[in-house]
Write a protein that binds this ligand. Structure first.
Ligand SMILES: *Cc1c(COP(=O)(O)O)cnc(C)c1O
Length: 241
C-alpha cells in the first residue's frame, strides 16, 4: 500500500466530511442562483497534524489556511503543497512578516494600515509581490481585528498605491451566532461592500475574492455571495488544543 492510500484509510472521515461539505456548498450556491464553481473551499488546518492535512490534499483540497506563522512553518516541510495553495488567515504581527513573506500565496488577514505598509516595504525590498485580502470587521466588534466598513474604500485606495502589494479582495470573520445577534446582516453588509467596490473598478484593486463563511455559517455566507469558505472543524473534527 502506498503512503497516500494508507493516509486515506486512517483519515477516512476526512474524505467523507469533504464530500459532504462540497455537496452542501454546491447546494447552497444553487439555491442562491449561483454556480457551485464560484465558491472555493479552503481547509483550515490550524492545530491539524501534517498527515491529516496531506490526506485532505490527496482528496482534492487545493487550498489550506493557517493562522499562525510559526505553526505553519513548522509543518510546511511535511506538507505536499505542490498543487495546493496556502493562505495566512490569522492576525499577523509585523515582527513575523520576514518569516512569512514568500512562503504563502496570499495573506488574507491584513487588518491594519501599519501591517500593509510593513508588508509593502518588505515585499518591495525583495522585489516580490504579496497578494493580500483586507480583513473587514463587519460587526464592528471591539474585540476583533480589521477595517471598519465605513472607511474601507479610502483605506483600499491608499493600500492599492503601495508597491509590492496586490489586493485580491476582502475577508471577514462573522460574529458568533446567537439568537439576538444573527449572522446574516453582517454577510449582507460584506456582500454590498464587495459589490460596490467591484463596480467602481478602482485602480490596482481586484475584487476577485470574498472570503467569508466557516463551519457553522458557510451556507449563509454562500447565499450572500462568498467566493471562498474557510472550513476547519467541519472537515477535521473538533480541534484539540
Ligand atoms: C479557525 C478559523 C476558521 C475555521 O473555523 P471552523 O469553525 O473550525 O470552520 C476560519 N477562519 C478563520 C480566520 C479561523 O481562524
Amino acid at each position: 500500500m502506498n503512503e497516500k492510500s494508507s493516509d486515506k484509510e486512517q483519515f477516512g472521515y476526512i474524505e467523507e466530511n469533504l464530500k459532504r461539505m462540497r455537496e452542501r456548498i454546491a447546494n447552497a450556491a444553487l439555491r442562491a442562483g449561483r454556480r457551485p464553481e464560484e465558491v472555493r473551499l479552503m481547509a483550515v488546518t490550524k492545530h491539524v497534524e501534517p498527515a491529516a492535512i496531506n490526506c485532505a490534499i490527496a482528496c482534492g483540497v487545493d487550498l489550506i489556511g493557517e493562522n499562525r506563522v510559526q505553526e505553519f512553518l513548522g509543518k510546511r516541510e511535511q506538507l505536499r503543497l505542490e498543487h495546493c495553495e496556502a493562505h495566512m488567515i490569522g492576525h499577523l504581527q509585523t515582527n513575523k512578516i520576514g518569516d512569512i513573506l514568500g512562503q504563502v500565496d496570499c495573506i488574507q488577514s491584513v487588518d491594519s494600515l501599519r501591517l500593509a505598509q510593513e508588508l509593502s516595504k518588505r515585499a518591495a525590498a525583495k522585489d516580490q509581490r504579496c497578494n493580500i485580502l483586507l480583513e473587514v470587521n463587519a460587526g464592528a466588534e471591539e474585540s476583533k481585528f480589521g477595517f471598519s466598513p465605513e472607511n474601507l474604500e479610502e483605506v483600499l485606495c491608499e493600500i492599492a498605491a503601495y508597491p509590492g502589494i496586490c489586493i485580491q479582495g476582502l475577508m471577514t470573520v462573522a460574529p458568533i451566532f446567537t439568537e439576538n445577534r444573527p449572522v446574516h446582516p453582517f454577510f449582507s453588509i460584506m456582500q454590498q461592500l464587495f459589490l460596490d467596490i467591484s463596480e467602481k473598478k478602482l485602480d490596482n484593486i481586484n475584487m476577485d475574492i470574498l472570503s467569508m463563511g466557516m463551519s457553522d455559517d458557510f451556507e449563509e455566507a454562500v447565499a450572500a455571495g462568498s467566493t471562498l469558505v474557510r472550513l476547519g472543524s467541519a472537515i477535521f473534527g473538533m480541534r484539540r488544543y
